[in-house]
Every structure is written in structure tokens, then in C-alpha cells.
Ligand binder design. Structure first.
Ligand code: SAH
Ligand code: SF4
Length: 376
């Protein structure tokens, strides 16, 4: 754990605690404040149903957790990336994705990540601290508010920003419950992505909430996966597949595997065959999401060229595995896992197109939103 101090912020406080904060006020004030924060998605200062003096007190006593450092919109205006500063100074990112038929937010669960996957900018930066429940919920509130300003409705949340959600289980579970109950987003529209922390997958299996699970696989044999995803040494593929099988049997839901395609590393015919064999070993079909690797400062190998990404997909289909090439977005705004926070110094809002790779169209790993969407 880091020594950074964390304090309770606006969305860390539940309804009972709001009530305590309003001791001495008429009882209906709790309802007004609750609606203001969770339905209007407003700042206390904007809640004109409340007396001015109370608004000022709430502003001071219920501080926001997230300070916007950068808000960047991509060229097409369908992706908005935020770099937020947290109390204590660490930074996280949140990405809002506006599809024609749905709106999804990609949230962070930790500042940094301790899992050390070499190809990931967040992993390269290391771990700073856990996010509190309120810091996770507030990302969804901010995205939801932005979507509303754009006349859209946010309905999906994917835990695919910075951090490993199953390494911050208590706060992530609590945030999911709050997002579901207090913000009204359906559990089937919420997706947890994990690098493969088996104990967390087991607890998710036992949990009654029907959230979606995405497992970042990237390699289907232990020697390659040990290298790409170091936590594989603790939870090797047979354990991971065992936990995935139990999840599928218990939940009867589709599981997604994420596979970031890296040139010459995990895009060979043998990789496709090994992946297909793993998928076939499961009791229910898994869906594979292929993401061309997004370039990061600390990893020299390139993403697989797009033509070969499609060939890999076709090969998996031939082998009987459902696979989708993710139409990633946002190269022009560094909207990829960990990139904006890692890319210091941060430039102000830029709408200019940046092209430093010929092969990768754009870069948000937006996988699993289909899972969330299809099963709704
Ligand atoms: N820690 C979790 C969730 C956050 S990472 C996990 O690993 O699943 C979200 C997704 O982005 C994961 O599938 C991860 O493997 C992928 N990712 C990380 N770095 C990437 C990169 N450089 N290019 C493409 N995808 C990447
Ligand atoms: Fe952490 Fe996921 Fe990045 Fe691995 S890929 S370092 S688990 S955020």
C-alpha cells in the first residue's frame, strides 16, 4: 500500500451517512440530496432544491474525488478520455465511448497496477494505490453526466481502465453494487476484466450478481503466458481454466477472452491452435476479443498488422472459435490502457490526429462491451 492519504469523498458516502450529515435538517432533504447526486448527477452547488447555506456546507463536507486534469475528445467526437487527479495526487484515466447503439465507460480500479504485464503502460508504471468505492463510482457519474450532455444515456461499464479489479475486490464489489442499485445500471451491463486472479474469479462465481467476466489471456501455453503475464506463474493456465469452467457452469453465461495481438509473439498459427484447444476444453463457448497491441513507451514489440489480425480471427473461426476483432478507437488521443497517465507531460486538450503506427487504427480495448450488451 502507498502512503498516500485517502479521505472519504462524495460518492464514498452512502444514504445513511448522508442522513447523518444532514442531522437537524428536515427529513426530505436527504431525498433531495440523494436525487441531486444520483439522478441529477449534480454538484452540491447546483442543487437548487437545497438552501444556499446547505449547498455551501455540502460542497465543503462532501468534496469530489476527481479533479479533471485533461479531457480529450477524439477526431470523430465519439470517444472522450479523462485524466483525473485523485486526493493525494495520483492520476487515473476514464474513457467514455459513444457507439451508435450504446454508450460505455471504461473505468479504472487502481492507480497503477502491481501485475507487471510488460506490454501494458499501466503495468510499466507500477502500483500506487487502491481506488476507494467512491472514486470508482464517481468515474461512472462523471461519464454519465457527460453522456447526458451529449443527449445519450450511459448504460455499460467495463473495468478495463487502469488497474486489476480483482486485486481491489472489496472496493470494486461495493462500487458495482452502488452502480447497480444507486445509479440504476443493470448488472448484465457491467463487465469485470481480470488478468486471471483465480481466487477473485472464484468469489465472482459465488456472488449472486450477474456481472460479465472477461479474462485477459494473451497466451495459451504457460511458458509464453509466464513471460507476458507474470501472475501466470502463481495461477497457471490449468488453474485459470478450472476457475473459468466453474464460472461457466455456475453462471451459464458467456465468458470473453482478451487477446492483445503482438507481432511474432502470440499471432502464430500455433497460438491460434493452442487458443482454440483451450476454448474447446471449456463446458460452454468462450468468445475471443482480438485487440491489436497498442504501442507503449516501455515495450519494443509492435502490434500485429491489421491484415494478419484478420487472418488470425479467420483461423480461430476455422477452428470453431467465435472471435471478434475489436474496432478500437482513440490513437489520436492516446486513449489506450494506461497511456495518457504514462505519457507525461500531459498536453492540454488536443484534437490533432497523431499517427505513430501504420497498423493500429485506434486503441481502446473496448472488448466485452458486446458481452454486456448482448446479454441484456
Ligand atoms: N487488469 C485488467 C483490466 C485492465 S487492462 C486486465 O488485465 O484484464 C484492460 C485490457 O487492456 C486487458 O485486456 C489488457 O490486457 C489490455 N491491454 C493492456 N495493455 C495493452 C496494450 N498495450 N495494447 C492492447 N491491449 C492492452
Ligand atoms: Fe495490470 Fe491489466 Fe495492465 Fe496487466 S494488463 S499490468 S493486469 S492493468
Amino acid at each position: 500500500m502507498s502512503s498516500e492519504t485517502t479521505r472519504r469523498t462524495r460518492y464514498d458516502v452512502d444514504r445513511n451517512e448522508l442522513g447523518e450529515l444532514l442531522t437537524g435538517e428536515p427529513r426530505f432533504r436527504v431525498d433531495q440530496l440523494w436525487k441531486g447526486l444520483y439522478e441529477q448527477l449534480g454538484e452540491p452547488a447546483e442543487l437548487t432544491t437545497l438552501p444556499k447555506s446547505l449547498r455551501a456546507r455540502l460542497d465543503a463536507e462532501l468534496p469530489a474525488a476527481l479533479t479533471t486534469v485533461v479531457e480529450r475528445v477524439n477526431d470523430d467526437g465519439d470517444t472522450v478520455k479523462y485524466l483525473f487527479e485523485l486526493p493525494g495526487g495520483s492520476r487515473i484515466e476514464t474513457v467514455l465511448m459513444l457507439y451508435p447503439d450504446r454508450v460505455t465507460v471504461c473505468v479504472s480500479s487502481q492507480a497503477g497496477c502491481a501485475m507487471g504485464c510488460g506490454f501494458c503502460a499501466t503495468g510499466q508504471a507500477g502500483f500506487t494505490r487502491q481506488l476507494t468505492t467512491g472514486e470508482i463510482v464517481e468515474q461512472v457519474v462523471r461519464a454519465s453526466r457527460k453522456a447526458r450532455e451529449l443527449n445519450r444515456r450511459l448504460a455499460n461499464v467495463v473495468f478495463m481502465g487502469m488497474g486489476e479489479p480483482l486485486a481491489n475486490e472489496a472496493n470494486v464489489w461495493a462500487a458495482i453494487e452502488r452502480i447497480n442499485t444507486d445509479l440504476g445500471l443493470g448488472a448484465r451491463h457491467l463487465t469485470v476484466s481480470t488478468v486471471g486472479l483465480v481466487p477473485g474469479i472464484k468469489r465472482l462465481t459465488e456472488w449472486p450478481m450477474q456481472v460479465n467476466l472477461a479474462v485477459s489471456l494473451h497466451a495459451a501455453n504457460d511458458s509464453l503466458r509466464d513471460e507476458m503475464v507474470p501472475i501466470n506463474r502463481r495461477y497457471p493456465l490449468d488453474m485459470l481454466m478450472g476457475a473459468c469452467a466453474d464460472y461457466l457452469i455456475a453462471k451459464g453465461r458467456r465468458l470473453s477472452f482478451e487477446w492483445a495481438l503482438i507481432d511474432g509473439v502470440n499471432d502464430r498459427d500455433s497460438d491460434a491452435r493452442e487458443l482454440a484447444a483451450l476454448c474447446r476444453s471449456l463446458p460452454l463457448a468462450a468468445h475471443v476479443n482480438l485487440i491489436p497491441l497498442n504501442p507503449t513507451p516501455g515495450y519494443p514489440t509492435r502490434g500485429t498488422p491489421l491484415g494478419r489480425v484478420h487472418q488470425f480471427r479467420d483461423r480461430l473461426e476455422e477452428l470453431g472459435v467465435n472471435a471478434t476483432v475489436r474496432r478500437n478507437r482513440g490513437t489520436d488521443i492516446d486513449a489506450a490502457c494506461g497511456q495518457l497517465a504514462a505519457g507525461q507531460p500531459v498536453q492540454p486538450v488536443s484534437l490533432g490526429r497523431r499517427r505513430d503506427t501504420a497498423d493500429v487504427d485506434d486503441n481502446i480495448p473496448d472488448a466485452a462491451h458486446d458481452t454486456a450488451h448482448d446479454t441484456a
